[in-house]
Design a protein around this ligand. Structure first.
Ligand SMILES: [Cu+2]
Length: 360
């Protein structure tokens, strides 16, 4: 039996997404029936007849009172929306972007990254094929200080070649991580060692630069955060939150998870939250915060000469923005991409939605 012909009661036992697809279709078909009355004959409508006869009044072709039918559909839609909100933040297996402590070897900070193919849960019940560093999407968070000597040992356990590019760092050419331009590809089973002195501070990224539509889209990416030698006012935020945006093979995600499995940012009233947006996807995402504004103070790791304020910040592929939110308005505030299909559908919020929770 196809999803289109399941009744709502049958579909309730399946996952929310499938059920929502089914009910969305039924709503459309019911609307067509209500509008056309007898004579609707296209095959899609015929397939939906059993579900359209929700009141058992004599078949889908029988006249249905328009208002009660519309109310039932609205209630069902609301139930879906509420269920998504109530589930937030939903538990899933696996958490990416976890701080990776370096091993210190003769004064060098050594980080080991192993790339492998894994299964990754983006939202409850949705498991996707992923390429991951250290079995995390995003890969482990790397934090260093400007001037540090670092060594990154990449082990490739993928079925294809790869390489790491340190996006935003102004490195010596040989460390730029682009196969056939600055190094040979790292073949399956091989390792490659990157070593450099960290030249510039700011919010940066590391990701594959080989077959990257697939490899970055499947999860070979992570945050590379460089503290400046001298701490600025903005570096002294109470909470420092990395938000990696992606829109590849895993759908619309923040830090590898889709709503309702995205993580909220939780702050106390009066605290300063620093948010580091980074877009590893292929689309622009205008990030919109409700209730409070964001003060943008850095772009691509570079401190702006004059910070500026906004509530919607367009983050294009490859860009990073650092913002401060002064949490002066208590409540749970929606925080989402404002390209609406990236955030909501008939079956409720999805994808690029989270919340800033300001506790009074
Ligand atoms: Cu978006």
């Amino acid at each position: 039996m196809s999803a289109e012909t399941k009744s709502p009661s049958e579909a309730k036992s399946t996952d929310r997404r499938e059920f929502l697809r089914t009910s969305a279709f039924t709503v459309v078909a019911g609307g067509v029936l209500a509008a056309c009355g007898r004579g609707a004959s296209n095959s899609a409508v015929v397939a939906a007849r059993p579900t359209a006869d929700s009141d058992q009044s004599g078949g889908a072709m029988a006249a249905h009172p328009a208002v009660p039918s519309a109310t039932a559909a609205a209630d069902e839609m609301d139930r879906m929306h509420e269920a998504g909100i109530k589930a937030f933040p939903a538990k899933t297996t696996g958490l990416g972007n976890q701080l990776l402590a370096p091993k210190i070897v003769a004064g060098v900070k050594v980080f080991e990254l192993t790339a492998s193919a894994i299964s990754w849960e983006t939202t409850p019940g949705v498991k996707v094929a992923a390429f991951a560093y250290n079995e995390q999407v995003p890969g482990p968070q790397i934090r260093v200080t400007q001037g540090d000597r670092v060594r990154i040992i990449l082990k490739n356990n993928l079925p294809e070649s790869t390489a790491i590019h340190f996006h935003g760092l102004e490195l010596v050419n040989a460390m730029d991580g682009v196969p056939f331009i600055t190094q040979p590809p790292v073949k399956p089973g091989q390792s490659f060692t990157y070593e450099f002195t960290v030249p510039n501070s700011g919010t940066h990224m590391y990701h594959s630069h080989h077959n990257s539509t697939k490899q970055v889209g499947m999860g070979l990416l992570g945050a590379f955060l460089v503290a400046p030698k001298e701490t600025t006012e903005y570096e002294r935020a109470d909470i420092d939150h990395v938000m990696v945006l992606n829109d590849g093979f895993h759908g619309y995600t923040f830090n590898g998870k889709s709503f309702p499995a995205t993580q909220p940012i939780v702050a106390k009233l009066g605290q300063k939250v620093r948010i580091r947006f980074m877009n590893e996807g292929m689309m622009i995402h205008p990030m919109h915060l409700h209730g409070m504004h964001m003060t943008v103070f850095a772009k691509d790791g570079w401190t702006l000469p004059a910070p500026w304020r906004c509530d919607t910040l367009n983050v294009a592929p490859g860009e990073r923005y650092d913002v401060i939110v002064n949490c002066n308005n208590p409540g749970t505030w929606a925080f989402h991409c404002h390209i609406l299909p990236h955030a909501e559908s008939d079956h409720g919020m999805l994808g690029m939605v989270t919340a800033l929770i300001v506790q009074a």
